[in-house]
Design a protein around this ligand. Sequence first.
Ligand SMILES: CC(C)(COP(=O)(O)OP(=O)(O)OC[C@H]1O[C@@H](n2cnc3c(N)ncnc32)[C@H](O)[C@@H]1OP(=O)(O)O)[C@@H](O)C(=O)NCCC(=O)NCCS
Length: 157
Amino acid sequence: MACINNNFWVCDAKKSDVDAIDDILRSSLPDPLSKAMVVNELLSPLSRNLLLKVKETDSGEIIAGYLNYWVIVDEVHIQNLAVRKDMRRQGIASCLMSEMLVRTREEGVRRTTLEVRPSNNAALALYEKMGFKKAGVRRGYYADTKEDALILWAEMD
Ligand SMILES: CC(C)(COP(=O)(O)OP(=O)(O)OC[C@H]1O[C@@H](n2cnc3c(N)ncnc32)[C@H](O)[C@@H]1OP(=O)(O)O)[C@@H](O)C(=O)NCCC(=O)NCCS
């Protein structure tokens, strides 16, 4: 894939990555998964957990982004996506999403869906760029603010 090179690559998350995932989720989302929930995602047969890692000259590698999605028959349900604040607008979320699309096409997936806050302009712009379309609203979906969720779908053709 064009976005992956020797300094920038995607791999499956492991239990030893939970603390780094937790840091990204807590600094990115108003209602993040707990560490125990992240562990459950790593153990669930439905769930896939991708990391984007970046090579650092001094300190080895850092985890820059996390994408968690479920594969349900021929659909992907995106659950969590977050990129480290200091590494945004470098194509990391796009790279994770593209890798997810490549992997799930191989599994026979036809469609992808997710929920997003209408106030989340960055995520909405990303999803729109990736071909997602608004298909509905879940009223009061977010427990913290009672904000509605927009339901987006993308066809994988
Ligand atoms: C949304 C998020 C995952 C995007 O990650 P990212 O790595 O910065 O995204 P990318 O660099 O791949 O951006 C791809 C495109 O999305 C759009 N986009 C991303 N961030 C944007 C922003 N802050 N404002 C406007 N458009 C934005 C742009 O079209 C961008 O392309 P461009 O940089 O060429 O203009 C990141 O901002 C984040 O972690 N936010 C907090 C967590 C979150 O909201 N997760 C999604 C929950 S549904």
